[in-house]
Design a protein around this ligand. Structure first.
Ligand code: NAD
Length: 315
C-alpha cells in the first residue's frame, strides 16, 4: 500500500510512520512544512520518501494516483489556533480543503483518515457524550476541525474520497517538548517529572477530568481504520469518537507517584492559567464509545499502564 502522511514531522505522524516502516507491505510518502525525518530504528526505512511542502500551496505536488490511503495529520493545535486566528483557519481549513481537492482529482475514491478532535464539542454537554450529541465548539481549533469533518462527509457522500474522521481524545503521554495545545500539561505532568524536571499544572482543581488515549492505543486504532469496510459508517456521517479513558488530575498524580515515586510527584506545582482554563473546561470528559468498540477499536487498560509504558519506552 502506498500511504501519504501529512503533518508527518509531527508527533502522531512520526509515531505512525515508525509502525508502518516495520512492515514491508507499506510504502510511505511523508510530507510536512518542516522536512519530515524518516524514523530511525525501523526495519524498512528505504520504503519512505520525505517531501518538504506547504499544503496551503503545494497539495497538488505531493499527491499522485498511486496512493491507496492518506492520513491527514497537518495542523495548528488548540492554543496556537486561538492565538493566531488567521494561521489556524488557513492551515486547519484551507490546507485541508486543498488536499481533498487534489485527492479528488488525482486519486478519486482514495481512503482518507482525517484527524479530528474531541475539541469539536463544547458546553453544554451531558456527563457522557454519545454520538448523537451535537458538536458546539468553543475554540477556533474545534470550529476548524468541525468544518473539515463536514468536508470529509461531503467528499465521501459524493464518492470523491472514502473518508473516515477520527475524533481523537487527548493523546498522553506525548514525548518531546511542550506544545501549543491547551492540553499540553496532560503529557507534561508525567513526562517532565520522569525526566527530573518541574511541571506546572495550569488548573488547581484536582478533580478536573480529562479524556485520554495512549500513543500505543492510538496507533492501533489508526491501523484498524485503514482496513475498516468503507460502508461501516454511513456515507454522510464519517465521524468516529476514538475510545479513551476518563482520568482526573489527582488520578494522573497517583499514577505518576506509583510509577515514578515521591520524588517525581514533588516536581509538580499547580498554578491557574486563566488563558487555558476556559478551553479545558469546554471539552467533554467522558464518551460512550459503543460504536467504535463495535467496529473493533481498542481502549487503554488504565492510565497507570500508560505511564508504565511511557517509562519503559524511556529505558
Ligand atoms: N496529539 C493530540 O493529543 C491530538 C488530539 C486530538 C487531535 N489531534 C490531531 O492530530 C493531528 C496530529 O497531531 P500531532 O500531535 O502530531 O500534531 P503536531 O503539531 O505534532 O504535528 C502537526 C504537523 O503539522 C505540520 N504543519 C503545520 N502547518 C503545515 C502546513 N501548512 N503544511 C504542511 N504541514 C504543516 C507541522 O509542521 C507539524 O509537524 C493534528 O491534526 C491534531 O489536531 C492531536
Amino acid at each position: 500500500m502506498h500511504i501519504l502522511i501529512t503533518g508527518a514531522a509531527g508527533f502522531i505522524g512520526q509515531l505512525l510512520a515508525k509502525e508502518l516502516l516495520n512492515d514491508p507491505t507499506y510504502r510511505l510518502t511523508l510530507t510536512d512544512i518542516n522536512q519530515p525525518p524518516i524514523p530511525t530504528g525501523v526495519q524498512y526505512p528505504q520504503n519512505a520518501t520525505a517531501v518538504k511542502a506547504d499544503l496551503l500551496t503545494g497539495a497538488k505536488d505531493i499527491v499522485d494516483s498511486s496512493l491507496d490511503a492518506v492520513y491527514a495529520f497537518h495542523g495548528i493545535m488548540s492554543s496556537g489556533s486561538e492565538a493566531n486566528f488567521d494561521l489556524g483557519m488557513s492551515v486547519n481549513i484551507d490546507a485541508t480543503r486543498n488536499l481533498l481537492e487534489a485527492l479528488r482529482h488525482t486519486c478519486p475514491g482514495v481512503r482518507v483518515i482525517y484527524s479530528s478532535s474531541q475539541a469539536v464539542y463544547g458546553q453544554p454537554l451531558p456527563e457522557i457524550v454519545t454520538d448523537s450529541v451535537i458538536p458546539t465548539p468553543e475554540s477556533s481549533y474545534g470550529a476548524e476541525k468541525l468544518v473539515c469533518e463536514t468536508l470529509v462527509n461531503e467528499y465521501t457522500r459524493r464518492k470523491f474520497i472514502t473518508g473516515f474522521t477520527l475524533r481523537f481524545p487527548t493523546i498522553s503521554v506525548r514525548p518531546g517538548a511542550p506544545t501549543a495545545a491547551a492540553s499540553s500539561f496532560l503529557s507534561g505532568m508525567i513526562r517532565e517529572p520522569l525526566d527530573g524536571k518541574k511541571c506546572i499544572i495550569p488548573i488547581e482543581d484536582r478533580q478536573f477530568k480529562s479524556w485520554l488515549c495512549s500513543p500505543k492505543t492510538l496507533v492501533q486504532n489508526l491501523l484498524i481504520t485503514l482496513r475498516l469496510p468503507a460502508d461501516s459508517v454511513p456515507l454522510h456521517i464519517r465521524q468516529i469518537n476514538v475510545p479513551g479513558i476518563c482520568v482526573t488530575v489527582q488520578g494522573m498524580m497517583d499514577a505518576l507517584e506509583k510509577v515514578g515515586g515521591k520524588d517525581a510527584l514533588a516536581l509538580l506545582a499547580e498554578k491557574e492559567d486563566p488563558a487555558v482554563i476556559p478551553i479545558l473546561k469546554s471539552w467533554p470528559t467522558q464518551f460512550d464509545n459503543t460504536q467504535a468498540i463495535s467496529l473493533g477499536f481498542k481502549r487503554d487498560e488504565s492510565f497507570e499502564q500508560t505511564v508504565r509504558d511511557y517509562k519503559k519506552g524511556l529505558e
